[in-house]
Ligand binder design. Structure first.
Ligand code: SF4
Length: 279
């Protein structure tokens, strides 16, 4: 049976943390450039220019794209034929710890929501584990800042609300977020499942490539419609008006109860940082 060492996993996790904080994905950069080219207003073009310059400086100097280096969100797919002789959660957290400490990234995690004592190493990470066929370990990592996370929402709609209810809720959520979510944003939308599943698939949607399209034609049509309607809201870069409010909409769906239509909108700011590796 194949195995991997704890040290290798920890150092890979550390690498992902530092890379994600400092190197924005090329496809996200291309979307920002595209938005800049389409903006009729000088102010919106200028803001997008600043965002582009900021990410270029971060990339070349290895400093964070944003001061909020987020909560560590980790999706792990563990091949059922891979043998690990160590505690996976502990090793992932150790990699996160080293990444935030050695990369001089801001530690933003408190041990309890009410006593607010900082854990000083950005652990614990939020880890989602699934078992898959094969003997590989896939790790996807995203540092999720609070600005956009705080503006995310979930609604338990009913089937009678239908697609129009979903669109209304998404547009309302984006309007409420305004500039607070640091637009241009990417929307991760979960439809279906139940209360917690809906939020989880919305989060996972943010890990999709910025230029991909949903496989399911219903989800794909919803992505296209929402992308158009959100960009007609006029919120624009950093909420100061413009046509580039969102760079992409990602819809993930799941089976649900006959009486339910859960919808979760997980907002990702323009610092759309995520990295992955397969061991
Ligand atoms: S929402 Fe994003 S860009 Fe804005 S402060 Fe938070 S991490 Fe930074």
């Amino acid at each position: 049976m194949r195995t991997i060492s704890k040290d290798r996993l920890i150092s890979e996790m550390e690498r992902l943390v530092v890379e994600a904080a400092t190197v924005l994905d090329d496809k996200v950069v291309a979307c920002l450039r595209n938005g800049q080219g389409q903006e009729p207003g000088e102010r919106a073009r200028h803001i997008l220019g600043e965002i582009l310059e900021n990410q270029a400086i971060a990339r070349t100097t290895s400093i964070p794209i944003c001061q909020d280096t987020g909560v560590a969100v980790v999706f792990v797919e563990l091949g059922r034929d891979l043998h690990l002789d160590f505690d996976l959660t502990e090793a992932l957290n150790e990699g996160v710890r080293r990444g935030y400490q050695n990369g001089y990234l801001r530690k933003s995690v408190v041990r309890h929501p009410l006593d607010r004592v900082n854990t000083k190493d950005n652990t614990p990470a939020v880890i989602h584990l699934s078992l898959v066929p094969g003997d590989r370990l896939r790790i996807r990592f995203a540092p999720k800042g609070a600005g956009s996370e705080n503006m995310s929402r979930l609604a338990m709609l009913t089937p009678a609300d239908g697609i129009e209810g979903i669109v209304r809720f998404v547009l309302e959520t984006v309007k409420l977020a305004g500039g607070k979510a640091c637009p241009p944003i990417i929307l991760g939308i979960g439809i279906g499942g139940n209360f917690e599943k809906c939020a989880l698939i919305a989060k996972e949607a943010l890990f999709r490539e910025v230029d991909d399209r949903a496989e399911n034609p219903i989800d794909r049509a919803l992505e296209e419609r929402l992308f158009e309607e959100v960009n007609k809201l006029g919120i624009g870069p950093m909420g100061l008006s413009g046509v580039t409010t969102c760079l992409a909409v990602k819809v993930n769906s799941a089976a649900c109860h006959i009486a339910s239509l859960p919808v979760a909108v997980n907002i990702q700011c323009h610092a759309a940082r995520h990295k992955e590796t397969v061991l």
